[in-house]
Design a binder for this molecule. Structure first.
Ligand code: NAD
Ligand code: TDX
Length: 334
């Protein structure tokens, strides 16, 4: 099977490529990635020389390039490429519209013209907005609150429209917060781990009682594999593990694993439009595709902390580069 993975140099995409090349000796992967600040070919060093893997640098919103790639013959497109950080979307929404909305439409159009067998859109639980109690099902209305989630919700609607109007066989996945190796250190978990190792303050937005449902990235990859292989076109699948934590609970767990003191925590101004709680009902993917998460929170979190301890050079290179300027703007003047 020939797969085009977009955004495969980012956190989840690179984990996915490593995972499926390991699981499927007969799958071939072309990774189309623009290499924005979040794209890092170092994440793919283990597959770089695999003859079944190819990297193409480019923008998913580049019609000619995407058209040429899909014309080469491809069974499945799985779209990870996105601007993915909520705080950045609050500072400047434009790149989010370009990649997450226009880029997705360009991919859908190419998939339509080249008769792709399956298109998997990697979306997020954030499209549903915040929920005080209970959990969102795939039928819950979309209520995006940040420019990031609004751009992802727009892409979801375009995907469903391309299925209903043109029969492009799109399945959408909406996953909760991921953690694991190769996550860019602007996101909460790698930010906390790397700051704590460096004895730097840990910025907690608002009262720190916002709740997220945390899933190990490998469980997400396994769920995506199930959707690629058995997902129904036109269907949406929530992916979550039900491991809800407040940000403060999570941060204390990480500090405990690292043997660092709680006084590194620094309460800072809240994120505008900050969603209070995300929670998903992930029953459908279990019932229909037989997927279940396999990594309990404590074990996976300990393994993740260990990975960042063993791979200091990876995150130190990132934090000493362009990201350092972003960190300065985000936190030192907050
Ligand atoms: P990431 O920011 O780590 O990686 C994004 C990748 O996309 C990077 O390699 C970047 O270079 C590439 N990219 C950006 N714009 C591009 C463009 N125009 N053309 C080609 N490539 C481009 O993101 P991530 O955390 O790995 O998230 C991957 C996907 O999963 C996103 O669609 C995100 O919305 C979704 N998602 C993420 C989470 C999470 O917790 N991280 C949860 C649910 C869903
Ligand atoms: O420094 C911080 N301090 C803090 O308190 C950061 C970076 C975050 N937070 C809070 C905000 C959130 O309540 O921690 C929580 C998690 O924040 P992020 O890591 O930015 O994730 P979130 O906003 O929940 O979005 C993530 O999950 C869904 C991903 O970034 C999205 O790409 C995905 O769609």
């Amino acid at each position: 099977m020939k797969i085009v993975v977009t955004g495969g140099a980012g956190f989840i995409g690179s984990n996915f490529i490593g995972y499926i090349l390991g699981e499927h000796p007969d799958w071939e992967v072309t990774n189309l990635d623009k290499l924005t600040y979040a794209g890092n070919l170092e994440n793919l060093k283990d597959v770089h020389d695999d003859p079944r893997y190819r990297f193409v640098r480019g923008d998913i919103a580049d019609r000619d390039l995407v058209g040429r790639l899909l014309a080469e013959g491809c069974d499945v497109v799985i779209n990870f490429a996105a601007e993915s950080h909520v705080d950045r979307s609050i500072m400047d929404a434009s790149p989010f519209i370009h990649t997450n909305v226009v880029g997705t439409q360009v991919l859908l159009e190419a998939a339509r013209h080249h008769g792709i067998r399956k298109f998997v859109q990697v979306s997020t639980d954030e499209v549903y907005g915040s929920i005080a109690q209970g959990s969102f099902t795939e039928e819950s209305p979309l209520c995006a609150n940040s420019p990031y989630s609004a751009s992802k919700a727009s892409a979801d609607l375009l995907c469903l429209a391309y299925w209903r109007t043109y029969g492009v066989p799109v399945s959408i996945t909406r996953c909760s917060n991921n953690f694991g190796p190769y996550q860019f250190p602007e996101k909460l978990i790698p930010l906390v781990i790397s700051n704590a190792i460096e004895n730097r303050p840990i910025p907690v937005y608002g009262d720190g009682l916002n709740v997220r449902d945390w899933i190990y990235v490998q469980d997400h990859c396994c769920a995506l594999e199930a959707v690629v292989e058995r997902g129904t076109p036109g269907e949406v699948y929530n992916i979550g593990s039900g491991q809800e934590k407040t940000n403060l609970e999570l941060i204390h767990t990480l500090l405990g694993l690292l043997g660092k003191p709680g006084d590194l925590i620094e309460f800072v101004a809240d994120r505008p439009g900050h969603d209070r709680r995300y929670a998903l009902d992930a029953g459908r993917i279990g019932r229909e595709l037989g997927w279940a998460p396999g990594h309990p929170f404590e074990e996976a979190m300990a393994a993740t902390v260990e990975w960042y301890l063993q791979n200091e050079a990876w995150w130190r290179r990132i934090k000493s580069g362009e990201y350092a300027e972003y960190y300065e703007r985000m936190y030192l003047h907050r």
